[in-house]
Write a protein that binds this ligand. Sequence first.
Ligand code: NAP
Length: 342
Amino acid sequence: MTLEAAIPMPTPLPLRPFGRTGRVVTPIGLGLAALGRPGYITLGHAGDLASTAVMEMRAHCLAVLDVAWQAGIRYFDAARSYGRGEEFLGDWLTARGLSPGEATIGSKWGYTYTADWRVDAEVHEVKDHSLPVFERQIAETRSHLGAHLALYQIHSATLSSGVLDDAAVLAALAGLRQAGVAVGLTLSGAGQAETLERALDCRVDGEPVFDAVQATWNLLEPSAGPVLQAAHDAGLGVMVKEALANGRLTPRNDAPDFAERRARLQAEADRLGTDIAGLALAAVLHQPWADMVLSGAATAAQVEANVAALSVAWDARAAATLAALAEAPETYWQTRSALPWN
Ligand SMILES: NC(=O)c1ccc[n+]([C@@H]2O[C@H](COP(=O)([O-])OP(=O)(O)OC[C@H]3O[C@@H](n4cnc5c(N)ncnc54)[C@H](OP(=O)(O)O)[C@@H]3O)[C@@H](O)[C@H]2O)c1
């Protein structure tokens, strides 16, 4: 570790075991969906980037990673479809002289980036959970992250993608697990619960295939809560994504149809001494089954604000007052799929 010379060695946030993966994580991790490519679906993404030129985005990403490290974050989440996200993360690990295990590194396969560094691309990513794609992408991921890769996840597994019934892919994942990389899946859509229930039954040679799950849970879409508790009880590491509903649960959301809910959130945020984003993150951090919550910060200031949510004293009154914010899962995912790439 060569940081000492540059800046003092920061204390990590409290480390905890991540289910039965044999890895440790911090209560907050950093996801690179908004940092590895010029286009993403969060509310004000375009405004977060001073420039979308490759070298400027690389410098921006490494600066945000530095601030996350300084804030004590020790889990970082990438994906093949996050443009150059894996490459930037790999460059940062090398530039900072980090050894495998000093940070826990996760990535995802199953979506291929097709936007060619454009924000207005027709198609930004293509989903394919077949064995040839797995074999191609694990090699690509290894070329960027090497021995740092600690967790490899199916990207947005669904029952309809068929991957959980694909014996050849499950056998390949079991092989990766035996080779020392923890295997997980990420969920997406109104059917998150059903997909996870199926995944909990997946076995190869009697051994479970999955040791970790990444799922969407937030104040607008809490429907996967009970099955995430079951996964946690079964020994899986549970990480939450989209805790801020892609920016809809932040001060940025000024949509007229959100005004009443915004006022309710603001009142509770004022009572607990935070803002709407801090409140929404605190709600997730206080779920008993949540081992880790991913920050989707696009700027250094958002990283620091997200980590500060650890000190928000979420309570039963907030939970009761905000329970009414939950949307029907179909409605939530419809709204999400209509969010523009920007
Ligand atoms: N299917 C999958 O596997 C999947 C899908 C989605 C995400 N993920 C993972 O989960 C991570 C987080 O997801 P996400 O970024 O989509 O969702 P998110 O956490 O719900 O939203 C993050 C966005 O909220 C805004 N924000 C964050 N902190 C803020 C603050 N303090 N004040 C105001 N705005 C703030 C920023 O957007 P703006 O500044 O642009 O408004 C930021 O990009 C991703 O990086 C990725 O690793 C995985």
